[in-house]
Write a protein that binds this ligand. Sequence first.
Ligand code: 13P
Length: 261
Amino acid sequence: MARRKLIAGNWKMNMTSAEGAQLIKDIKAQFGAECPCTAVNKPDVLVCPPFTSIAAVIEAAKGTCFNVGAQNIHWEEKGAYTGEISGNMLNELGVTYVIIGHSERRQYFGETDDTVNKRTKAALKHNIKPVICVGETLKQRQAGETLAVIENQVRAALKDLTAEDMKNVTIAYEPVWAIGSGLAATNEDAQEVHAMIRGLLKKLYEGTSVADETRILYGGSMNDANAAGLLAQPDIDGGLIGGAALKPDKFAVIIKAALGK
Ligand code: 13P
């Protein structure tokens, strides 16, 4: 079964409600009457605004094929967790995906492999598709630890998840050194890690179709110039895009690259 590509924009802490709604209009305008959802081999398109802009962006995205996701989810339903957002709250908004374990959360906000696993389970419980981020630092890459680090992160994130759960899980490989640096991984380096992750899924879910069906996205300075090359790799099933997702023309080029146009 061919995996449908997923082109996802992580807006990070950018875009007020008004700006986000405008950005959706501007992305739509890049396609004219021909919404990418009309293509036969269409990619899934996802945008993940900050929590406060989600409602306005969902409204602006009505009538398009754009999915709207969140950038985090807490594992408890409610309670004394200042600053956190629960699955119920996201369900009420109508989000369909959630980014979990982004390296910025791991670096600045104390996210651990254990909390990534808890958030993943919470997302699945609430029928929200987790996009789980993994990635090595520059120091780890230079020390030759990349594959071991990624394997550990993936194993920990997927702890106790069944093959059935995995139908809704996406993994995003985002080398920390490539994020926001303008220096994306080469096609070959990215493909090497993606192939390792798929091999690991084969082992973890032996005898099932999980490895063949799970989408593995690349993220880290993906842009209009390098997207086609990265997306052509056999184990790269889409992109998780930061900076270029805020630029309608560039994001549209990436979506079109996923269409094979
Ligand atoms: P950039 O595309 O800005 O490098 O960010 C990637 C990213 O962190 C997406 O989650």
